[in-house]
Write a protein that binds this ligand. Sequence first.
Ligand code: NAD
Length: 790
Amino acid sequence: MNILERYHAMEYGPAPEARNEADAWLAARDFGKALFIGGDWKAASGGKTFETSEPSSGKLLAKISDANAADIDAAVAAATKALPKWSASSGYQRAKVLYAIGRAMQRHQRLFAVLETIDNGKPIRESRDIDVPLAIRHFIHHAGWAQALDRDFPGHKGVGVVGQIIPWNFPLLMLAWKIAPALAAGCTVVLKPAEFTPLTSILFAEICERAGVPKGVVNIVQGGPEAGAAIVNHPGIQKIAFTGSSEVGKIIRKATAGSGKKLSLELGGKSAFIVFEDADLDSAVEGLVDGIWFNQGQVCCAGSRLLVQEGIADALIAKVKTRMSRLRVGSPLDKNTDIGPLVDLTQLDRVKGLIAEGARQGAVCWQPDAALPSSGYYHLPTLATSVSPANILAQEEVFGPVLATMTFRNTEEAIELANNTRYGLAASVWSENVNLALHVAPQLKAGVVWVNGTNMFDAACGFGGYRESGFGREGGREGMFEYLSAKLPLGSVIKLATSSAQPVEQADGSAIDRTAKLFIGGKQVRPDGNYSIAVATAKGKLAGEVGLGSRKDIRDAVSAARACKAWPEATAYNRSQVLYYLAENLSGRASEFAARLTELTGANAKAARDEVEQSIERLFLYAGLADKFEGRVHQPPARAVTLALHEPVGVVGIVAPDNQPLLGFISLVAPALAMGNTVVAVPSERHPLLATDLYQVIEYSDVPAGAINIVTGRTAELAGVLAKHDDVDGLWLFADADTCAKAEADSVGNLKRVWSGNGRSLDWASEEAAGDALLRRAIEVKNVWVPYGD
Ligand code: NAD
């Protein structure tokens, strides 16, 4: 036997991780008092418990207190009581507490890792080398943010009491992603872990006691959906941060509609792993192992769709199969194990069911010839080929060790396939040509893109989704904003317009009758229904008539906005020039607009002139900021840079208020345009002529057709159509409270990003109603990881 043969013949010996410390911890604890509320350990007030068991054997680990609504009340009360002192404490004080948590976790690092593996089933190599160190890094990194608040977030303060709900796939890491930024921002928290994996959160609560976290600042309540729903619906909570399935995310979006609660949703994914023909195939195969078989594929950003260029497909698949045959499936406490059990029998059944259905729909499913342990919820790594884009394995999140493969011919097709999903969490791009990779990355609808890598995370780099993968970011600067708020200067309460008597008598001095139509796709068009509504002057006379837009008109406007590629693809400098030109052309007609304002709103001449001047100034401001509100480069502790790019949200619906009708309209439309969004705007229902008068200004200003579309009509009706339209990506809404609440609830179809005034307008003349506060709402941050070095 030569050395090579001997090498291949060698067997792995067992390398078990000791579990005695974890067993001793389990034996010593009273899990009947597992609710950590106000610094005390409490039993569930309803006396109920739920069981957590070991996925590798199915054996019971503990019976845990199961919180009900009364327990959530108690936790929120404790968090509310602790809030004033904690939020008023200095950044340095909070930093010391965060640092102490991180250090205390380091001292118990191994216990955390072993407990996590026992409870969740993930291989010890992963919990020991990835989950726990990253969780610790999160606390230590956020100690710095606590002290940098005044410097980096002027005018902002913590949102208050936050409710946080997390899943079972990264129990400790998700807890860290939630609690660290909240504490840094001066918030107090009520966190509910997932019912499959309560253990490390209980150990974490013990750490909080030892690290000197003031009582009530961190409350951890164990329980299931009932406890989760009680958090979501609790009136004493100002923000909900949820990580979990898109299905539950949508329930939460609906439940919080109209409540004014801040909301971030980190949901499911179906991420593409794109391999171009010039990729280093061996690296790509290792990337795949990490991308889809890490944590048994129970990863929100798992690279579960392999898209491979046709010419290399056979070679890559052959390599993948060889590598799969060498993956070691077995006890998660063995240090050599690559694949442990799934978290629970229900999850195992779900994965099997999806594979069976995928096969029924034509996929060819292959598994290596390996034996599974006799007990526990194990599943072999699975490769599905001949997968059509509509196959359930290409569309549904399996959340298991299943890779669906498709091929593509060229770059355009790769991008199209990658984006052919309702999700948008992450993507990997493999090519030795960095120019190609960085050409593709911005075109992918995903919040994170890894170039020649996968599953890279860091506390300094934002993580989060596009589309139905949710909204909001966790980590870094973007993540801090989720726990902060800045007071915007409130304007008047907006009331639902009532269809009072229509004006009939022509206003004095009206010129030749001019019919204001709708503005769609760069053209003035008649409303589909061919109805008009009268617009009254301040004195109740007839100022003119505008088109009564309908569902069909909104649909046409959204199609035009979606079809307009010239605007999002234009350079920021180019957009800036167009916005300057708009300002210039508005300025040329300033007197006319001022007169119109006076006629419609009754504003005196000076006030009207001021509003027009402020509108021009605002256009100038956003023209200037179009190429300045840029992304950043992060330098995570890895041989990589992370480009945090600012990208447009997409098609943004804007429902403008009645107060300051010209300035309000421009204050909303201009920042959306500046960041490259295309807009469907519904102007003030009472004073739409100020927006329709803009048609000619827009036409003369080189705005590409479809970049701005304006549909006049009934606010409540048109807002509802925009909210339900699945091709609208964002919705900014200044309407009456009912319309806002309804639109938030109706937005769940595609989980569009909604910003609503909740029935209040803003004082558009104030400085705070301009600048970053709006620009931030006009972008998605995409983090592109680019590794370097050979
Ligand atoms: P899940 O949505 O079933 O449960 C998540 C959490 O929500 C649990 O704590 C659960 O008890 C709670 N919950 C369930 N119903 C609720 C309700 N009606 N109201 C309030 N809370 C409720 O998800 P899961 O099965 O635990 O986790 C898997 C999902 O999480 C996957 O879809 C995965 O992609 C997603 N995930 C996303 C990210 C991310 O950052 N985007 C990270 C990890 C996991």
